[in-house]
Structures are given as C-alpha cells and as structure tokens.
Design a protein around this ligand. Structure first.
Ligand code: FAD
Ligand code: NAD
Length: 466
C-alpha cells in the first residue's frame, strides 16, 4: 500500500493548490479526484468556462452595438455561432485542466482517479477503474460544492437547468427565467442576454447581489435595466413547471400577488451546497455541521486532528481564491509553519460588464458595528479613459475610518473593476489611509484613476475631476 504525508481529496482550486504547496514543502503528496479531468468546479464548470462565455458574448455585443460608432463597418450580418462559442469555451477548459496535469507531474504529486472514501482516520479507499487503498498521515478534504435547489423544483437538466447545463446549451433561449439574482444568475444571464435572449431575473431578497454593499446592488440594477434585463426583486418563487418546451414559474410578489413567468429555459441559481457524498467522513470521525459543511477550527482542522478541510466544503465565501488561500494555509500548518489568512481581505467580484468588485466592510456592516466612517465616491464617467472606451457606468467608493482615515472597505462597479480591486487589497493589507492612496501617482488615462479620485474624495472632498 502506498503511504503519503498528505492525501488531498478533490482537485481544485483548493485541492491542487494545496498539493503543490505540500510538495514544495517536501511532503510526499497524493491527490484524489473522482472525475477524469483535474480542476474541479472552477476549471470545468465554474470560473473558467463562465468567463470564456462572458468574453465571447461581450465581443459579439460590441460588434453589433458599438463597432459602427467606433468607425468599424462589417459588411453583411453579424451572427452568433453558438456551437463554435461553446467549442472555444471547451478548448479553454481543456487547455487549463491540461495545465494542472502538467503541474502535478512537475511537482511529483501522485494522482489517483476515483471516489475517495475514508476507511478510518489514516486510510482512504479509492474506487475508480481499479480499487485502491492508500495510507495518509494527514488528509485535506477539498470536495467543494454542488448547486442547491428549492425543494419543489425538478431540475431536468434540459429546460430547468443549473449553471453546469447553462454553460453548454445548444440553442440561445428565447426567454430565460433566472431564479436567484446572485453571481451565477447575473453572469450567465448576461451571457444569454447579449446573445439575444430575453432574461427575467427573480430574486427573493429586496435587491440583487444582496450580500454586497447596497450601493453596488443599486448601480448594477440600474445598468442591467438599461441593458433590458427584467429584474423582479422581493419575489418568492413557489412553483416551477415544465409543459412541453415551456417552463412556467409562479412567484408571489411583495404584495402577496401571484405573478407568472413563461419562458423556454429556467436557470436555477439559488446558491451552492457543500459536497461530501461518498466521502464517508464519519468513518474518520470528521463532523459536519447542520448546514452539511465540514466543521473546522481556526487551523482549518476538523474534529479529527490529522484531517483538514478547505474551500466550498467549509464555512465562508464560496470563491476559488479563498479555497486557494486555504490550500496554501493548510499545507503550511501541516509543515509546522504559522500562516495567516485575513478573511476580511478576500475580494469578491461579479464578472458582469460593468464588473462589480469589493473588499472589506460594506456600509451596512459598518453601520451595524457602530463604526464612524466617511465615504469618498467617484463616478467612472468623469474619467477620460471611460469616455475613450465608452464604459461610462459605475463608480468607486472608498469607506474610511472617520478618525484615523484607515481604509475599511472599497466597493466598485465599472470597467475592469475585477482587476482594479487588487490595489485596494494591497492598500488594506498594509493598513493604508485614504490619504495614502490619494498621494500616489496613478497612470493617466486609466480606470485606476477613479480609485485615486475616490481616495481624494474620502480625504476631504478633494476629488479633482468632478
Ligand atoms: P471544487 O472546485 O468544487 O472541487 C472539488 C473537487 O472535488 C471536484 O472536482 C469533485 O469532483 C471532487 N470530489 C468531490 N468529492 C470527491 C470524493 N469523495 N473523491 C474524489 N473527488 C471528489 N469563484 C471565483 O472565485 N471566481 C469566479 O469567477 C467563479 N465563477 C464561478 C462560476 C460558476 C458557474 C460556478 C458554479 C462557480 C464559480 N466560482 C467562482 C466558485 C468556485 O468555482 C468555487 O468556489 C471553487 O471551485 C471551490 O473550490 P474547491 O476546491 O473548494 O472545490
Ligand atoms: P449566490 O448566493 O450568489 O446567489 C443566490 C441568489 O439567489 C441570492 O441572491 C439569493 O437571495 C437568491 N435566492 C435564494 N433563494 C431564492 C428563492 N427561493 N427565490 C429567489 N431567489 C432566491 O449563489 P449563486 O449565484 O448560485 O452562486 C453560488 C456560489 O458560487 C456563490 O457563493 C458564489 O460566490 C460562487 N460564484 C462566484 C462567482 C464569482 O466569484 N464571480 C461566480 C459564480 C459563482
């Protein structure tokens, strides 16, 4: 029987990053993945394919809506070739997962394909084409998550679908009904909206992206309405029925009145649940909480001290980069180091266009905690760069401590916000004040100038270009 210092169950992004860090630290490492492709949700049916389709559909939208204004004439009709768009997405996925195979080989990590199940705290059986058993001094559970559902919805994977099917549709929906106005619903809703579908979003809460700062929800709602999304907030879905090729969704609105939506596809995107099926966690003494998450302490150690857990299967934001940080963290804990993760500084991004990005505290959180803060906000439309590219929507908002000027949160909607947020993360890691950012040179003309201007606004109403 092969024996390892560390065995990791689940191969992405928490799992494979943990494996590489373990190998770098000189630990003999194995990774177990139930699918033939390494890469897990993020690479196969999550971050990467969704961004590939967002990029392709963005090009199409630019071509049909903006090229003429830029002085680019394309003779003939511009058409979507959905088959090619999906094939390109798959090629991107295949290339990326192939890269993980290379990294495993390069780092001498043994890869086992099959379902990993604990036999006890130090033995894992792997049932795949051949059944195997390995011994591991330490294990890391990185088994991720699966889409959640509402109890009364039958997801048939044809017309009533999750994100996984939405990434490989064979036709452009005429009317896509999206249940859940969170990250997946808005990103994938925007893909099909751009390709010509009518998109109706049904959200239970009183705003879309309800976990983010309410200013971001308001701005994104405004922009999406301009893009002709139909957004229905404060609607409680009560039934979803398929009749032939039609899907009928019934919901109660805020007044308690029944509203009916009829479409040809319904995307159910109401969150994800931790995934531990087949893991046989009990055999190793690993406890789950009432939400089905693997319970961990501050060292990400489970109720069994040589078994750790990371990523979507534990508490916290379900984000690829959060899982990666935790993968590195656990590898270093096992190697006897004393690493640290500041969860307040894990940024969140929605890859719609304009993009939405945030780090640190929201205004709602600061109010609830009774923290005195000041706000510096700067509109994207005031930037030369925004006018040049015709990306006028959005703003950057900096929240800083009223007394010390320390930056407590940065929230933005705008072109390339996903990349701009990195400056805010660095600033907050070094506990910068708004004045610190306001005194740093930002290249002109860039979208990043909005960050400097918002910092100037927070420092004392000193923004220069409004
Ligand atoms: P996963 O990626 O879920 O990987 C777990 C792996 O474990 C899977 O491959 C699974 O097959 C395997 N596994 C499970 N049980 C076993 C077992 N018993 N034996 C062997 N293998 C097992 N996050 C972002 O940060 N940015 C984004 O842009 C983004 N976009 C997304 C878009 C979509 C459509 C979706 C669905 C998610 C997106 N996410 C995004 C979220 C991101 O994918 C997850 O947070 C991330 O994948 C979690 O990583 P993980 O390592 O915890 O688990
Ligand atoms: P989410 O939590 O972002 O959004 C779910 C939405 O559904 C929420 O707004 C919620 O209020 C709403 N909802 C819940 N029950 C409902 C009901 N009965 N009727 C109507 N609305 C209802 O979840 P998601 O969009 O499914 O994404 C799952 C996870 O994947 C998230 O945690 C997210 O972080 C991650 N993800 C991240 C990215 C990214 O980082 N860009 C992209 C996609 C997914």
């Amino acid at each position: 029987m092969n024996s390892y210092d560390v065995a990791i169950i689940g191969s992405r992004p928490g799992g494979y990053v943990a494996a590489i860090r373990c190998a770098q630290l000189g630990l003999k490492t194995a990774i177990i993945e139930k699918y033939a492709n390494l890469g897990g949700t993020c690479l196969n049916v999550g971050c990467i394919p969704s961004k590939a389709l967002l990029d392709s559909s963005h090009h199409y939208e630019d071509a049909i809506k903006h090229f003429e204004e830029h002085g680019i004439d394309i003779p003939g009709e511009i058409k979507v070739n959905l088959k090619q768009m999906i094939a390109r997405k798959q090629a991107v996925v295949d290339q990326t997962t192939g890269g993980i195979d290379f990294l495993m080989k390069k780092n001498n990590i043994d890869v086992y394909q099959g379902l990993g199940s604990f036999k006890d705290a130090t033995h894992i059986t792997i049932s795949g084409e051949e059944n195997t058993e390995i011994e591991a001094k330490n294990s890391i559970i990185a088994t991720g998550s699966k889409p959640s559902n509402l109890p009364f919805i039958n997801i048939d994977k044809e017309r009533i679908i999750t994100s996984t099917e939405a990434l490989k549709l064979k036709e452009i929906p005429k009317h896509m009904i999206v249940i859940g106005g969170g990250v997946i619903g808005l990103e994938l809703g925007q893909v099909y909206k751009r390709l010509g579908a009518e998109v109706s979003v049904i959200e239970y809460m009183d705003r879309i992206i309800p976990t983010m700062d309410s200013g971001l929800s308001k701005e994104l709602n405004k922009v999406l309405k301009k893009q002709k999304f139909k957004i229905n907030i404060s609607h409680k879905v009560k039934s979803v029925e398929r009749v032939g090729d039609e899907v009928i969704v019934k919901a109660d609105n805020k007044k308690g009145e029944e509203v009916e939506f009829k479409g040809d596809y319904c995307l159910v995107s109401v969150g994800r649940r931790p995934y531990t099926d087949g893991l046989n966690a009990e055999a190793a003494g690993v406890k789950l909480n009432e939400r089905g998450q693997v319970e961990v302490n501050d060292h990400l150690q489970t109720s069994t001290k040589n078994i750790y857990a990371i990523g979507d299967v534990i508490k916290g934001a379900m984000l690829a980069h959060k899982a990666e940080e935790e993968g590195v963290f656990v590898a270093e804990v096992i190697a006897g180091q004393k690493p640290h993760i500041d969860y307040n500084l894990i940024p969140g991004v929605v890859y719609t266009w304009p993009e939405v990005a945030a780090v640190g505290k929201t205004e709602e959180q600061l109010k609830e905690a009774g923290v005195a803060y000041k706000v510096g906000q700067f509109p994207m439309r005031a930037l030369g760069r925004s006018r040049a590219s015709m990306d006028l929507d959005g703003f950057v908002k900096i929240l800083a401590d009223k007394t010390t000027d320390e930056i407590l949160g940065v929230h933005m909607v705008g072109a390339r916000a996903a990349d701009l947020i990195a400056e805010a993360v660095v600033a907050m890691e070094y506990r910068a004040s708004a004045e610190d950012i306001s005194r740093m040179s930002h290249a002109h003309p860039t979208f990043a100038e909005a960050v400097k201007e918002a910092a100037l606004a927070a420092t004392g109403d000193r923004a220069l270009h409004v």
